[in-house]
Design a protein around this ligand. Sequence first.
Ligand code: IMP
Length: 191
Amino acid sequence: MATTTKFRLNPEPPLPSHRLEPLLDEEEIRNRIAELAREVKKSLGEKDPIIVCVLKGAFMFVADLTRQLDFPFSIDFLRASSYGNSVVTSGEVRLELDLQQSISNRHVLIVEDIVDTGLTVKYLQANLETRNPASVSVCTLLHKPANNVKLAPIDYCGFEIPNHFVVGYGLDWQGYYRNLPYIAQVHEIGN
Ligand code: IMP
């Protein structure tokens, strides 16, 4: 297993042989999040929104995004799952943990790590819309447009990326690599 990055995990995770190719570094991510924060403030800064962190992948993005927001809002969490341990979506979304508060008459911002097929975010949006919110908008750090068969509604997007499995900055492969401070493409070696 080779990891072609400056940030090495020692020992390396027990995964099929692979190498990581950095795609977005810490500075690029930080700068883009500052821009996104300005866009979010413009639309939601006076609306006392609820920011919904979609666990687990968005935890790092939400932590950094929300620290850039200097207006009143609350944060809640939900957990959706569509992948299991695979790198390919199972096609079925489940709500594994729900919000702790009512969103009735509130402006809601769903914050996702990545929109791939769009299935998860479409499901979450439809689900939250049934709870009588004032509005529901979507912010994702990453978007793979090649796979987005569901035409998911995205209001704020950090980066469009190629159709390749990525890890880091909250995104995992079988639970590993969420802690990488940057985003990398996974290249499996010799299947
Ligand atoms: P979608 O429903 O296909 O849009 O997938 C959304 C979810 O799949 C995300 O919230 C991630 O948890 C996961 N996912 C999609 N692509 C990747 C990837 O490249 N790396 C890690 N997780 C991914």
